[in-house]
Ligand binder design. Structure first.
Ligand code: C2E
Ligand code: MG
Ligand code: MG
Ligand code: MG
Length: 284
């Protein structure tokens, strides 16, 4: 309306926008300090074999313990950092921390542990980011296919040029490439064979809606598509035993979700993995 947009199309700030602008500014000015003072940390959510219930690996998810704002989820700062070069130092931090944890905490417990890391498509433009994955794979002697890099379908499509080059380099270095939130982005499937892609993550929204026949058929179709293209599948956001059963029946090998575990701190995740390995040894 005229009041809020002004006669010449100017927009006047209302209180809500002030809050947004202040928040955005705070994020941008605080992130570099946060990176060097231990305010950022990774939590780990198990990725489970749906048939055996065993842990195949985990997804690393970032958290920010901000001195004034408290604990923040990635949704309140990642999209903002993606709009500027600040996504680069954050991406480097995540890759380094995740690979360090993989090498020193996770692979020693399970030699074929698969760790998934989220990377913004925008960050693939950066030369340092491009080199970092190869560098870390070599420095930590990470086995082939144990580091998984996830990019959302949307961010892949928006950065197709740089993604093609960077993902090829990462794949050559022995990392696997996964499409995150599959089914929520553009509908062109052409990129699936243009890029070196190893797996698809079925978006939580489809899993959540599976009691609706249309959503169920979409999930079924994604699983069949993956199988036809020799891609692996992980279903996201499994919260109920029914969803677990259905996905297993449809042929999804792996899944993650609150049914199995929320994302948890590294120490807690390690304890869980140790207990699982011990149980397996007892029964064998
Ligand atoms: P994502 O990669 O699709 O991660 C899955 C999100 O779903 C996580 O939210 C996870 O906590 C949540 N989730 C897992 N299981 C369930 C479930 O059963 N029910 C429900 N309701 N939610 C579940 P989170 O940790 O808030 O992360 C949100 C998004 O932020 C991620 O979505 C990813 O796109 C992005 N992100 C997280 N960490 C990083 C990072 O280190 N770098 C970048 N670039 N993006 C990140
Ligand atoms: Mg992800
Ligand atoms: Mg996802
Ligand atoms: Mg998602």
């Amino acid at each position: 309306d005229v009041k809020s947009s002004g006669r010449h199309g100017y927009r006047f700030y209302d209180e809500r926008m002030d809050v947004d602008v202040a928040h955005d500014l705070m994020i941008r000015t605080d992130i570099l300090e946060a990176l060097t003072t231990g305010q950022l940390f990774l939590v780990y959510q198990p990725i489970v074999n749906l048939k055996t219930g065993g842990t195949e690996g985990a997804e690393a998810l970032i958290r920010w313990n901000h001195p004034k704002k408290g604990l923040m989820n990635p949704a309140s700062f990642i999209p903002l950092l993606e709009k500027s070069e600040l996504i680069v130092p954050l991406t480097l931090w995540v890759l380094r921390q995740a690979c360090y944890d993989l090498k020193h905490a996770l692979l020693p417990l399970k030699p074929d542990f698969k760790l998934s890391v989220n990377v913004s498509g925008k960050a693939t433009e950066d030369e340092m980011v491009r080199h970092e994955v190869t560098e870390l794979m070599q420095r930590y002697e990470i086995p082939l296919n144990c580091l998984h890099v996830e990019l959302t379908e949307t961010s892949l499509m928006e950065n197709l040029g740089t993604c093609t080059r960077t993902l090829q380099a990462w794949n050559d270095a022995g990392a696997d490439i996964w499409v995150d939130d599959f089914g929520t982005g553009y509908s062109s499937l052409n990129y699936l064979h243009q890029l070196p892609i190893n797996g698809l993550k079925i978006d939580r929204s489809f899993v959540e809606g599976m009691d609706d026949p249309a959503s169920l058929r979409i999930v079924e179709t994604i699983i069949n598509l993956a199988s036809a293209l020799h891609l692996e599948i992980v279903a996201e956001g499994i919260e109920t035993a029914e969803q677990h059963e259905t996905l297993k029946r449809l042929g999804s090998h792996c899944g993650q979700g609150y049914l199995f575990s929320r994302p948890i701190p590294l120490e807690e995740f390690k304890a869980r993995l140790v207990a699982e390995v011990e149980r397996a040894n007892e029964t064998s």
